[in-house]
Ligand binder design. Structure first.
Ligand code: AMP
Length: 280
């Protein structure tokens, strides 16, 4: 595995692979865990040359968010990538123009709900950095996790709206044994908080179970999830059911694929999760 820090260098190295091998990119912010490694394994299934990028993107953090506290574990990350057979680890120091970018991507509608409501500008930051990474790497396929479903939906839409010749692959959420979705931010949790954080997933599972038992109206399903969270002392930032593909609001389930989405602050960690509510 080659660790590459400059844009010119990675471009040069990828030249020999273009048109010969299928190139996959898995963008990350580092502090890698099994969820990230699953993206690498997915990339390996569909491509020949695997690039992992590690870049903590300042543009996707709000002024009062955890940019400065965000964990950096580069040596362990590099060892994990090497063990997974990654070909190139792209680790740029900065991806933006001097003085900050003057051209950015703006995401409308899909970014106005769920996490976008409490994180204004977050998805513009994600979209802009992903666009930059796509322009540098020009992958055939890029892999993103379903844990960040809204992000995955937005990236699919960027690729489609901007006619990018890139296939987007989604990878299922990897979880701890008690159901908590793995996240770099889980390390902010104190032990009692870690214990209660599994209830996010449990609340989504309660919704899914009630749906499978025949409840197809969104509001009673959401109410049952809210009750679950309240019972465990969690006040959600949001708990919503939306269409899976376009994140549109939905009242009656059973037609289009839907998903339930939750976000909550547990201690210092802002946690998110989602679950599929597919037609039965
Ligand atoms: P991050 O480093 O948090 O920006 O995440 C980088 C990529 O890993 C994104 O595509 C995430 O959706 C994905 N990811 C993070 N956690 C998980 C998980 N538990 N399971 C699957 N993918 C994940």
């Amino acid at each position: 595995m080659k660790i590459v820090e400059s844009t010119a260098d990675i471009r040069e190295r990828l030249k020999s692979h273009r048109g010969v091998s299928k190139i996959a990119l898995a963008p990350t912010m580092g502090c890698l865990h099994e969820g990230h490694l699953s993206l690498i394994r997915k990339a390996r299934e569909v491509a020949d040359i695997i690039i992992v990028s590690i870049y903590v993107n300042p543009m996707q953090f709000g002024p009062n968010e955890d940019l400065d506290a965000y964990p950096h574990t580069f040596n362990a990350d590099a060892a994990a990538c090497e063990a997974e057979g990654v070909d190139y680890l792209f680790h740029p120091e900065n991806l933006y123009a001097k003085g900050g970018p003057k051209v950015t991507l703006a995401v409308s509608e899909l970014a106005d709900c769920l996490c976008g409501k409490s994180r204004p500008g977050h998805f513009d930051g994600v979209a802009t950095v992903v666009n930059i990474l796509f322009n540098i790497i020009q992958p055939d396929v890029a892999v993103f996790g379903e844990k960040d479903w809204q992000q995955l939906s937005i990236i699919r839409r960027i690729v489609s709206d901007l006619h990018m010749p890139i296939e987007i692959a989604g990878a299922p959420t990897v979880r701890e044994s008690d159901g908590l979705a793995m996240s770099s931010r889980n390390r902010y949790l104190e032990s009692d908080e870690r214990n209660v954080s599994k209830e996010l997933r449990a609340s989504l599972q309660a919704i899914c179970d009630a749906y499978k038992d025949g409840e197809t109206q969104a509001s009673p399903l959401i109410a049952s999830g809210r009750d679950w969270l309240e019972k465990h002392g969690i006040k959600p930032e949001y708990l919503e059911i939306r269409e899976a593909a376009n994140l549109a609001s939905i009242d009656q389930l059973g037609g289009a694929d839907a998903r339930a989405f939750v976000a909550a602050k547990v201690g210092n960690a802002r946690l998110i999760d989602n679950i599929a509510l597919e037609p039965l």
